[in-house]
Design a protein around this ligand. Structure first.
Ligand SMILES: *[C@@H]1O[C@H](CO)[C@@H](O)[C@H](O)[C@H]1NC(C)=O
Ligand SMILES: *[C@@H]1O[C@H](CO)[C@@H](O)[C@H](O)[C@H]1NC(C)=O
Ligand SMILES: *[C@@H]1O[C@H](CO)[C@@H](O)[C@H](O)[C@H]1NC(C)=O
Ligand SMILES: *[C@@H]1O[C@H](CO)[C@@H](O)[C@H](O)[C@H]1NC(C)=O
Ligand SMILES: *[C@@H]1O[C@H](CO)[C@@H](O)[C@H](O)[C@H]1NC(C)=O
Ligand SMILES: *[C@@H]1O[C@H](CO)[C@@H](O)[C@H](O)[C@H]1NC(C)=O
Length: 631
């Protein structure tokens, strides 16, 4: 009743505006009225849409093929940046905003003016973007055991993403990695589903706090300082045989529900806006074609009301080889319940293919309407119709000092102390800041790209110090020690050099080279060359602390005896100062292993709770140190 009484008053307002702007006949568009209830707006808009406009909403294209004209001509509903896809190298926030706004202007100039939604992989901060704060990868955040910290990281990431005009992130990855041979294992918070569930606190960080009394499953984004989130990859991505990327997860219903599904329960309770489907299969059925799990379970049983998005060319990969039968892929993917398809390049092929199938009643219109309804629900809820264009008011959030301090705190909390001297030599850490001369060695000591890992500036990550701004571990050590302490850096010194150097102690930083997705699959899990010989040369000659930079446990058992102290630092990101903060005792070690540290790769898969559990360091292990009191 109240709403009915209010509508005419609003109509008068619109009418006046229209007449002043020269429009002859006032048309009240219910869907454009933010005072109308959500479902009224959705139904009103849907009722006005042509098939072409509906299918456009379901199409997500890559920025490299997007333009004002393409957005307008094809009614494209969404654009993405793939890993490393940027408007220009080292683009500023303003350059990003101009690009996004140009595409958006194309969408807004269509008949119905439905805004597009731009999405990006911001999986450890806004990682494609030059000078963004790069937070530790999820495995390190799992070691903190601190969901409140992870929530703050989500809020900071949302601000940095909004700083570039983007309202949607393909994060969090809530994979439960059960085998570290999987190259995406660092994107997983833990092998333990309970930790992954707890870390879904990043969702209210990204999207804003869900209002009290919200209905379960309804997507939510608080406003212009938040972004729509995406829990991925539904479901079982971390459970594939031998950790082979995109492969087959073999487990019964009980195993799927108990290990891989819990993160989705909590994501949905927390109002996640979107869910991305996994490339992988469950018991031989591709998830992108699994109607029972996508529609039957996620949408119907769990009552998820946001939209389901495919992975990059995800429907293509339903067939083997990929794209062998694209019309089948479209049919299988859309019928399974995928609402938005990350095409991402050949969008006319997708649009024409889907249009044909709807016109020929292979795919019912009810399926299209369900998809569009969900996409519109997210867009309306997040205020995209009211605020479609990015402004420059948040550009200073990108890489801000406050966010770098938060990342540094996260680095400190993520470090796991595995060994700290032995017998009379214990404890070795914290290290004294004051010493005549110390040695820093190892391939990862002075390499910002290595310490950030994959999904940093480029998809597979980079090597070197010029990729973005940050603090290497070597610089951090130099910043931290007493001004009188001489720091000698040699990447891979021989034993004689170390012996004759008269060093008080050495810090060796070694680990894995950056990788992402398939490229990171490994069956040997070794430290990259010449890491182990650096360990041997240095630790054989002087008391040493070895800091391991890796996305997962790696083979260290043969060297444990020679290393006096061992720190697992995961992939800490740009704020290497956090490592020195703890090594030198300004803060204590508190991190706990989020994964089982195996002895040998032939033990894999090896997870907490397994029978005959015989790890090198068990899940949850982590020595602690107290901060040093200084005056
Ligand atoms: C988009 O359109 C708005 C409003 O017409 C205009 O102010 C802005 O300059 C346009 N942005 C771009 C990047 O074209
Ligand atoms: C899993 O990997 C094997 C070996 O590479 C391959 O033959 C098989 O097709 C893959 N299975 C799936 C479901 O991707
Ligand atoms: C492709 O899939 C369709 C079903 O959508 C099927 O009718 C057709 O035979 C398939 N084509 C090939 C070449 O396998
Ligand atoms: C897009 O797909 C269509 C239909 O399969 C094909 O004819 C065309 O060559 C493709 N375009 C590109 C750029 O791959
Ligand atoms: C960074 O250094 C690499 C290797 O030296 C070089 O190829 C690249 O052009 C540099 N990038 C920038 C942005 O300076
Ligand atoms: C370990 O495997 C990686 C690829 O997975 C390969 O590049 C590397 O050479 C292997 N290392 C050893 C020591 O076999």
């Amino acid at each position: 009743m109240k709403k009915m009484a209010r509508a005419p008053i609003f109509m008068v307002g619109i009418l006046v505006l229209c007449c002043f702007s020269g429009v002859t006949r006032a048309e009240y568009l219910k869907y454009k009225d933010p005072k109308q209830p959500l479902n009224t707006r959705i139904n009103d808009l849907l009722s006005r849409m042509s098939l072409e406009e509906k299918i456009g909403q379901m199409t997500q294209i890559e920025r490299s093929v997007a333009s004002f004209e393409v957005m307008k001509k094809y009614y494209i509903g969404s654009v993405l940046s793939g890993g490393g896809s940027v408007p220009a190298p080292q683009a500023s926030a303003e350059t990003w905003i101009d690009m996004v706004n140009d595409f958006q202007n194309g969408s807004l100039s269509t008949r119905l003016g439905i805004p597009m939604i731009y999405g990006i992989d911001a999986v450890h901060g806004h990682n494609n973007v030059y000078r963004a704060t790069i937070f530790p990868h999820n495995v390190g955040l799992g070691a903190t055991r601190d969901p409140a910290l992870v929530k703050r990281i989500g809020a900071a990431t949302a601000l940095e993403v909004r700083a570039t005009g983007i309202p949607y992130v393909f994060a969090p990855c809530i994979a439960v990695c059960r085998d570290p041979r999987w190259g995406r294992c660092y994107e997983s918070y833990s092998e333990d589903p309970k930790i992954v569930q707890a870390m879904t606190e990043i969702i209210p960080g990204l999207q804003g706090d869900l209002p009290a009394g919200s209905r379960k499953g309804v997507p939510y984004v608080a406003g212009k300082k938040n972004v729509a989130a995406c829990s991925k990859h539904y479901v079982g991505d971390g459970g594939t045989t031998n950790g082979v990327n995109e492969n087959n997860t073999v487990t019964d219903w009980h195993g799927l529900l108990g290990i891989h599904m819990p993160g989705y329960y909590t994501s949905i309770i927390k109002g996640v806006s979107t869910v991305m489907v996994s490339y992988s299969s469950w018991n031989g059925v591709k998830m992108h074609a699994n109607g029972n799990l996508v529609t039957g379970f996620l949408k119907n049983k769990l009552r998820f009301r946001g939209f389901v998005i495919s992975d990059w060319e995800g429907i293509d990969r339903i067939t083997s080889p990929p794209h062998a039968n694209y019309s089948y892929s479209i049919q299988a993917g859309i019928s399974a319940g995928i609402d938005m398809v990350m095409v991402p390049s050949n969008f006319t092929e997708f649009i024409d293919g889907l249009t044909f199938q709807v016109k020929n009643k292979i795919i019912p219109m009810s399926r299209i309407d369900d998809a569009v309804r969900r996409i519109l629900r997210v867009k309306f809820t997040m205020g995209l119709f009211e605020d479609p264009l990015a402004d420059t008011s948040l550009v200073n959030q990108l890489g801000s000092q406050e966010h770098r301090e938060l990342a540094r705190e996260a680095v400190r909390r993520s470090l796991v102390l595995l060994k700290n001297g032995e017998g009379a030599d214990a404890p070795l850490l914290p290290l004294p800041k004051k010493a005549p001369k110390i040695l820093v060695a190892g391939s990862h000591a002075d390499n910002l790209g290595y310490q950030c890992g994959g999904w940093t500036i480029q998809w597979q990550g980079l090597s070197g110090n010029n990729l973005t701004s940050g603090t290497t571990i070597l610089s951090a050590i130099k910043n931290t020690v007493d001004p009188k302490t001489k720091v000698v850096y040699e990447e891979n010194p021989d034993t004689d050099t170390v012996k004759s150097g008269k060093f008080s102690y050495a810090i060796v930083v070694v680990g894995e080279h950056p990788y992402a997705e398939t490229f990171g699959d490994s069956s040997n899990l070794t430290i990259a060359d010449p890491g182990t010989s650096t360990i041997g040369n240095v630790c054989g000659a002087v008391k040493c602390v070895v800091v391991i930079i890796s996305g997962r446990p790696v083979v260290i058992q043969p060297y444990v005896a020679v290393m006096d102290a061992i720190v697992a630092a995961w992939l800490p990101g740009t704020e290497g100062q956090g490592v020195a903060d703890v090594l030198f005792g300004d803060y204590g070690f508190t991190g706990k292993l989020p994964r089982t540290w195996f002895k040998t790769v032939d033990q894999l898969p090896l997870n907490v709770g397994d029978p005959h559990y015989d790890p090198l360091f068990p899940f949850g292990f982590g020595l602690t140190t107290a901060p040093v009191k200084r005056n």
